[in-house]
Design a protein around this ligand. Structure first.
Ligand SMILES: Nc1ncnc2c1ncn2[C@@H]1O[C@H](COP(=O)(O)OP(=O)(O)OP(=O)(O)O)[C@@H](O)[C@H]1O
Length: 247
């Protein structure tokens, strides 16, 4: 489904990602793990085209992702929905309007500017909030929610984009343990119920073990492990995090 070939990204003298090749099948739930600075964010940002590679290729089915421009690029970003550590909600808007931002590419601009969303889109947004147990909060301002609730709103916003891929960049890094589980459970449910492919950057091995079936381990910009979670043994962990294990 997603095929990455020889992907490299340099920032000045730093090689953030070095010659990465991998394939992702539809419906997988993949944990991308590695130390801070290993290159995890860079990988997801390259897939979404938030940044461009120094070299390499990305294919989605037979589509050349790196060749996309204009509307086709916009459409790719809709299909490869990003979820960020800091949620990226608009504080002063209601929860419902934040979710509707996920529909922005599908309506005429005046509608999103005036928050005059079509009824069908509102229904879709409420349905997404319902799936994340967030309907009761629909009319609250986004900044009145806890971090875990905000992240669930961000997931609902991603869902109404009708994505093919969810690219979650450390979605639980700033959350307490209970909210962390709620957010990871939501991602797992969407993956299970919709068969939606999830690539999730995670700092902690325990979470990766609990939620992901396949693990990609990155060390200093290189993929040093790619396999089923059961194969993530002490030797693999040492390769990914260095000899001193998890940071
Ligand atoms: N815009 C940028 N300009 C310069 N260097 C960058 C930029 N983005 C990333 N880097 C560098 O690329 C390397 C990989 O960064 P990246 O953010 O992908 O790591 P990460 O594994 O996601 O880390 P973290 O868990 O801290 O987010 C780091 O050395 C980082 O400093």
């Amino acid at each position: 489904m997603l095929r990455i070939e020889g992907l490299t990204r340099r920032f000045g003298t730093v090689t953030a990602l070095h010659d990465v090749s991998l394939t992702v099948e539809e419906g997988e739930f993949i944990g991308v793990i590695g130390r801070s600075g290993a290159g995890k964010s860079t990988l997801l940002r390259l897939i979404n085209r938030l940044i461009e590679p120094s070299s390499g290729r990305i294919f989605f089915g037979d589509e050349d992702v790196l060749a996309k421009r204009g509307r086709a690029l916009q459409d790719w970003r809709r299909r490869a929905a990003m979820i960020f550590q800091q949620f990226a909600l608009i504080d002063r808007l209601s929860v419902l309007d934040n979710v509707l931002v996920g529909r922005v590419a599908t309506v005429p601009r005046w509608r999103s500017w005036t928050l005059a969303w079509p009824l069908a889109d509102r229904a879709l947004a409420i349905e997404a909030l319902d799936r994340l147990d967030m309907t009761d909060h629909a009319l609250k301002r986004a900044d009145q929610l806890s971090g875990g609730q905000q992240q669930r709103v961000a997931i609902a916003r991603a869902l109404v984009q009708a994505p093919r891929l969810i690219l979650a960049d450390e979605p639980v890094a700033s959350l307490d343990p209970r909210s962390t589980r709620a957010v990871m459970d939501s991602l797992a449910r969407i993956n299970r119920e919709d068969g939606l492919t999830v690539l999730c950057n995670l700092h902690h091995i325990d979470l990766a073990r609990d939620y992901c079936r396949r693990i990609i381990g990155i060390h200093a910009g290189r993929v040093v492990f790619d396999g089923p979670v059961e194969a993530l043994d002490a030797a693999a962990i040492a390769l990914i995090y260095g000899q001193d294990g998890e940071e």
